[in-house]
Write a protein that binds this ligand. Sequence first.
Ligand code: 39S
Ligand code: MET
Ligand code: ZN
Length: 765
Amino acid sequence: MVLSSVLGFPRIGKNREVKKAVEAYWAGKLSADELQTAAAEVRKWNWTSIKAQGVDLIPSGEFTLYDHVLDHSAAFNAIPPRYVGLGISDLDVFFAMGRGRQTGGVDVPAAEMKKWFDSNYHYVVPELSEQTEFKLNYNKALAEYKEAKAAGVTTRPVVLGPLAFLILAKAGREATPGFKPISLLPKLLPVYKTLLKELKAEGAEWVQIDEPNLVMDVAEQYAEQYASAYAELAKDAPKIMLTTYFGRLGSNLPFVAKLPVCGLHIDLDREPGQLGDVITAIKDTSLVLSLGLVSGRNIWKTDLTAAASLGRKAVEALGADRVIAATSSSLLHTPVTLESENKLTAEQKDWFSFALQKAGEVAVLASVLSDSQDSKISQLLEENKTSISKRRAFEHNSDDAVRKRVAAITPEDLKRKNPFPTRREAQKKHLKLPKFPTTTIGSFPQTKEIRSARAQLTKGSLTEDQYNDFIKKEIDSVVKFQEDVGLDLLVHGEPERNDMVQYFGEQFQGFCFTQNGWVQSYGSRYVRPPIIVSDVSRPHPITVQWSSYAQSVTKKPMKGMLTGPVTILNWSFPRVDVSRETQSKQLALALRDEVCDLEKAGIHAIQVDEPAIREGLPLRRVDWDNYLTWAVDSFRLATSGVEDSTQTHSHFCYSDFNDIFPSIQRLDADVISIEASKSDLKVLNAFQQFGYKNEIGPGVYDIHSPRVPSEQEIKDRIKSMLNLLPADLLFVNPDCGLKTRGWAETEASLKNLVAAARWARTEFA
Ligand SMILES: Nc1nc2c(c(=O)[nH]1)N[C@@H](CNc1ccc(C(=O)N[C@@H](CCC(=O)N[C@@H](CCC(=O)N[C@@H](CCC(=O)O)C(=O)O)C(=O)O)C(=O)O)cc1)CN2
Ligand code: MET
Ligand SMILES: [Zn+2]
């Protein structure tokens, strides 16, 4: 019989219970016990709800209060020395690693976060060194397996694999130069062995071990380690379901197929084309094949007929007992349930499937593939066919004007009128910025008052006019604040935006958005990705009223602020009937009009943020060129309609640039701002080596922490930047936007930033 499985479920709760509980705990309003109780309730709801959908293999252990990779670091005792001996509870050490801690005499910054493969989820990077002493502080997988059992649900525990844990880790500060985390594999395996042995002893039949790096080029160099590690682990463990996702096994397939595990999970949502090769490779083994047929990364209803026909190929080749119908990855990237949406039309609701509905889909698929289809299943299949064909019919309705415009894009549309040196002279005359110009990345604190005003607008207790007046007052005060502090290139502060992507989704034609479609981005920070449902266009100017209002209340130059096409695409749920390239170009054209309108309205510096351009990079190197070509072209299309005298900016809040330098240069933004404070300026070496030619503002302090950088710290930072970059190209700015910060630390930090820039002007005149 074909079984069904879900690889992981959102851990935020149906109504964001986990965010609320975790933040209340941080604020001292909830005890640790109360927090654990709230978490246990969410876990129980998850397990019982998935079970009620008819799923056979239900995940446990993947729940987290902050991040599942951090859970492994804490459980394995991979705790960097700076978090040890603080005199706080284990739970508080866990949170201190995730988000830093600055209370009761304890002052530790957060550990580094990185993007989880090509998604908008961030994980906390494990930090290892020769001194790391792995031990199993607690067996989370076991504890939650037992907890589920007590709640009447038998689960398949989930753990992140040892290779993934080490490949995702970095060398800690204590490590000797050249230390490679992977060298700790022999020391780590005993911990996994204990963990797995305990699970087996408790009666767990299967364990899901995630090794997503197996879809990347990097895995090949570790082929031997995968083999020896799994040979060791398989000795005394539940049956291992080796789980890959987000891509194809490709060149790694030959060695993966030989690993001594009982099952292999592959992502057929991303890479349906790999099924044939995988079947051929494992046919003569006894491996169970878990088919990732239901997307863990998107919210479209699965075409069950198409998925079943793919699944049948596996059943025919391997037999029903060797096939599992599953989600392609964990469902953590999708909202919890469609049942919470009351504003989508019935037509729209019929297109989508959120996490809980997806659980139902794998169950139906398993029945269909088992030929144990009763009349209820037949009816569900028929309903699914109807939904899919209605959606296809809707998708067929194209906006011909948009399509024609995309088809008519010429190479000229991707080019500024003149090269950077010429533009630079024109911009100097226009903007009259001093040397080492100071600016911010766009957002200012999103206070309770701002969020509550927006909530009132949604509820109808504030009228549109009242809300707009409120936003104007916010802009007034943000502008005044920047003038008082002495910043040079001002921003309006983005108070009108709930989120830098959702906001644009709500304004464009071609999107729909949810009321409660929250997805975890990191820790207790969630986003509601808008959904692209048809061709995208801009029915009316979006930000022009706010930016030009802001410009009208100051004599200093105002920087317009937009989110770029690639970032809007990556942080939305995209269509699957049209290529990402096409969607990106449509977005770029819509943004191009906005950029030109801003210029017409007298805005002479315009920032188009592309923080997601790096995370969108395909997981396989052979796919990079194609992506980078259309991604960079989209940015250029959005930004090159302006005169030489208009200064274009872009922003990236990560420092992992090494792979994509030529593309960053090819964006041809006049100024870029980048994250540099946490990476200790290492990134600038690379800029220097590459010979980056345009203006650049490497962030001088980390905005993710409430900590105020001293004036001296910022001066030192500027000094070291000048060792690597020419003085006349340097902007002085924070790492990223200030929306998550409070006003007190914002004011103190920016004052120090301005003072340091003024000092640099005299020191390096
Ligand atoms: N899409 C996206 N991805 C991104 C980033 C980003 O900015 N956007 N940045 C990086 C990640 N950083 C992030 C930084 C902050 C938040 C964040 O603050 N999220 C907020 C939600 C932001 C939002 O949508 N706010 C809405 C709704 C807020 C809300 O919860 N409202 C209350 C009502 C409030 C009231 O009555 O006072 C409710 O619905 O219960 C608004 O401002 O309008 C949160 O978790 O709380 C998310 C990601 C990378 N990926
Ligand atoms: C995640 S990048 C954020 C850029 C945006 N302009 C802001 O300042 O918030
Ligand atoms: Zn940023």
